[in-house]
Design a protein around this ligand. Structure first.
Ligand code: FES
Ligand code: FES
Length: 152
């Protein structure tokens, strides 16, 4: 069995079983280890990637269901102006502590700002609610959203 996936602008043919959750194909087969495995149960947001511009969790859904879609991981996000701006804002605002949730949050903020360039705090909180951070970086993450949105 094989899989053809579009990831960060390139086509990858891999031999993994299409039922393998996407995150294992990304991390183990393709060595794209920026995407983190947290809960493995679609409960924490650590494993988020962009799929056709929307936020998708990669820890449960079979990789085969992503064929024909454009996947962007944290490794490819900086190639887009919004992704680059969000990454820079996270650095500027020191919006990470252990960094485990950070890739998923950068993905989520990028998707948010692509859809709504200047989100109000309520919209930001709603968009980021599925992303858990155990280190208490939340205030700095919210500040990074403001910075990336050009409001601070
Ligand atoms: S690892 Fe996927 S949501 Fe937690
Ligand atoms: S920075 Fe450590 S979990 Fe968020």
């Amino acid at each position: 069995m094989s899989l053809r996936l579009r990831i960060n602008g390139k086509t990858h043919d891999v031999e993994d079983d299409p039922d393998t959750p996407l995150i294992y194909v990304l991390r183990d087969t393709l060595k794209l280890r920026g995407t983190k495995l947290g809960c493995g149960l679609e409960q924490c947001g650590a494993c988020a990637v962009l799929v056709d511009g929307g936020v998708r969790l990669s820890c449960v859904s079979p990789a085969g269901t992503f064929e024909g879609q454009e996947i962007t991981t944290i490794e490819g996000l900086g190639a887009t102006p919004t992704g680059k701006r969000v990454q820079e804002a996270f650095v500027t605002e020191s919006a990470a502590q252990c960094g485990y949730c950070t890739a998923g949050l950068v993905v989520a903020v990028t998707a948010l700002l692509e859809e709504t360039p200047s989100p109000d705090p309520e919209k930001t909180r709603t968009a980021l609610a599925p992303h858990l951070c155990r280190c208490g970086s939340h205030p700095r993450i919210l500040k990074a959203v403001e910075t990336a949105a050009g409001r601070s």
